[in-house]
Unconditional design. Structure first.
Length: 468
């Protein structure tokens, strides 16, 4: 049972606290030591705890008040109260306020450890204690869930408790927070993991099309129905169906969906045969459905049917510690997909979907610019030195008086070719060239813009050299 659990040890006697912490850490526990009540409360608000070991006599607060306050922060947390002045009254009062057990000093360490294990085990069976942080982090990474904040750990614990059940689940949260990822995790951890996972976005289809997508249609049900087609409810038979943005569904389709969920049977559009399915339904929405019910945009009976269990995904701005991890993950995906060089992250905005786009766009543009520069240098190498003007070719030397007036003072062949291509109607604008003037003033070779055709440049340059 021991290992990886987070224990809050509140003891004002430094030697006793250090000794007991050493024993617990040797078993693999994560021990948070607190010498007084205020420190204990601060730790309880900050950390995810699996147990509390509390001395009743503290220098700044009453131990029973600390017990009550900690259990308010973490209801159901197994708490073992220890006192050197144990009385029946104090033991009874501690048990009334939620303590799992009461021990008097001097305590036997082996007895304390066995009581601690039993208390955590009972609390875990009741769902009051979460998975140890290290184990939870490994499980979350396997499912693609990122976040070490208390909110994400609590969400993951609730997800694990909900996964084995067959009840419908309503997942709420802002757009881009990862509601479909949570739905897939529910599917993966449940008994239907071997079955299909089918998702449909209710906001992308009209009511008529949505009904056809959900339940399927028979041949001749409407004008373009030239063959029968199964719906997503049939496709998800034996697995899980995710109804994303269910708040966008029309009232007529809501009534049919309610009947299908309750009876686990439906008819295709234009059909008469009842089709039975065995599936789990998960709904997701990015608005408060209670407000939609109050505004008569969503059926209250369907709302309560979907919200048998509910999970709320916190926005990324409330778990900022996940931003660097997500940014690096999205950056790695972009570089792997586009075969770009690896790069490091540099922060990101406030939710996962904008963060993905924010990391993708500048990285692709940066690497694309590098490729263009490399292409330009390679083209210059392949081109080699400028050819000599053939005998008898007409034309003036680049940079001579008439040419300067004609081409704006260009002083090299490439600039002449570029200006010639502009004059002849190529896809470019003079506003795209101000940087080159600076390069010329510094005596540097001007860079070739990406949208200028190299072959057109060479043809224009050759034409200019030959005076045509």
């Amino acid at each position: 049972m021991a290992g990886g659990r987070s224990i809050l040890l509140v003891e004002d006697h430094a030697e006793s606290r250090t000794s007991l912490a050493y024993v617990l850490e040797k078993r693999g526990e994560v021990v948070h030591q607190a010498p007084n009540g205020r420190s204990a409360l601060a730790t309880a608000r900050r950390e995810r705890l699996h147990a509390l070991i509390l001395d009743l006599k503290l220098p700044d607060m009453d131990g029973l008040s600390v017990l009550e306050a900690v259990l308010t922060e973490a209801p159901g947390l197994p708490a073992i109260v220890v006192s050197g002045f144990g009385t029946i009254d104090s033991a009874v009062e501690a048990m009334k306020r939620g303590a799992a057990d009461f021990l008097t000093k001097p305590i036997r360490v082996d007895n304390l450890l066995s009581i601690l294990d039993r208390a955590i085990e009972r609390a875990g069976e009741a769902g009051a204690v979460s998975t140890p942080p290290s184990a939870a982090r490994a499980e979350m990474q396997k499912l693609g869930i990122v976040g070490e904040s208390r909110a994400m750990q609590e969400l993951f614990d609730a997800l694990k408790r909900a996964a084995p059940h067959e009840s419908t689940v309503l997942i709420t949260g802002e757009s881009g927070t990862g509601k479909e990822l949570i739905a897939r995790a529910l599917h993966a951890l449940g008994s239907r993991a071997s079955g299909p996972f089918v998702a449909i976005n209710c906001a992308t289809l009209s009511d008529q099309l949505l009904e056809s997508e959900l339940f399927g249609h028979e041949r001749g049900a409407f004008t373009s129905a030239d063959r029968p087609k199964p719906g997503v409810m049939e496709s998800a038979d034996g697995g899980t169906l995710l109804l994303d943005e269910v708040n966008e569904m029309g009232l007529g389709c809501q009534a049919k969906l309610l009947r299908a969920i309750e009876r686990r049977e439906f008819r295709r559009v234009g059909g008469t045969r009842k089709i039975k399915v065995n599936l789990r339904v998960i709904a997701a929405c990015n608005v408060n459905l209670e407000d939609a019910v109050a505004a008569h945009r969503f059926r209250p009976d369907l709302y309560y049917r979907l919200k048998v269990l509910s999970l709320e995904v916190p926005p990324l701005r409330s778990r900022k510690e996940a931003i660097p991890v997500l940014a690096q993950r999205f950056l790695d995906e972009v570089t792997a997909t586009a075969h770009l060089p690896a790069a490091s992250h540099a922060g990101g905005p406030g939710s996962a979907r904008p963060l993905r786009m924010a990391r993708q766009c500048p990285r692709v543009a940066e690497c694309d610019g590098e490729r263009r520069a490399d292409d330009g240098q390679n083209a210059d190498r392949r081109r080699g030195p400028a050819p000599q003007r053939p005998e008898g070719c007409r034309g003036r030397r680049p940079g001579s008086g008439r040419d300067e007036a004609r081409y704006g003072g260009a002083r090299d062949h490439q600039t002449h070719a570029r200006n010639l291509s502009l004059r002849e109607g190529k896809r470019a604008s003079p506003r795209n060239w101000p940087a080159d003037a600076t390069h010329q003033d510094q005596g540097l070779r001007p860079s070739r813009p990406a949208f200028l055709n190299p072959e057109a440049c060479l043809r224009a340059e050759s034409a200019f050299r030959c005076g045509r």
